[in-house]
Design a protein around this ligand. Structure first.
Ligand code: CU
Length: 158
């Protein structure tokens, strides 16, 4: 009897959102437009359209770490590119220069917006044309939160 009433409780609308956050989101499904796992959310992932194949192109997204523990983006895999790197931008003497880093840190309780002139992911050797309005899925591996899949929107080049 107790188990049955619990199930009934979960069927209520308020219960549904709880189930969605607690269960579905932990299984890395998309919830309210953001992909999340254990307090880490990936949202607003996008890249610019490109007619050329074989290009290197930045992948930009927002990382929100709701946990009390620092995390880090370790690996990114997208089917539309042969490789990917995590980049930062050094500003010393002369022009700013991109540099590959082992991971992108996401401090505890922070939001990090990747930008072409700050931390970003670089997709290397694109395998196909990137057409505005289309989407593809990338897999992001974090040190603590594990693997999160996110949809990436292709936006019109500025
Ligand atoms: Cu770069």
């Amino acid at each position: 009897m107790k188990a049955a009433s619990t199930r009934l409780g979960l069927a209520r609308p308020a219960g549904f959102s709880l189930v969605c956050l607690a269960a579905a989101c932990l299984l890395f499904t998309t919830c309210f437009g953001a992909a999340r796992a254990e307090g880490l959310t990936v949202s607003d992932a996008w890249t610019a359209a490109s007619d050329e194949v074989g290009r290197d192109i930045p992948l930009l997204l927002t990382l929100h770490n709701e946990t009390g523990t620092p995390d880090a983006l370790m690996r990114v895999r997208c089917p539309i590119a042969n490789f990917s790197e995590k980049h930062t931008v050094d500003r010393g003497e002369g022009a700013p220069a991109m540099r590959s880093v082992a991971s992108i840190p996401v401090a505890a309780g922070s939001t990090l917006i990747l930008k072409p002139n700050e931390y970003h992911v670089m997709l290397l050797q694109t395998r196909q044309r990137l057409i505005a309005g289309e989407r593809f899925t990338c897999t992001l591996a974090f040190q603590k939160a594990g693997t999160i899949e996110t949809e990436v929107e292709i936006r019109k080049s500025p």
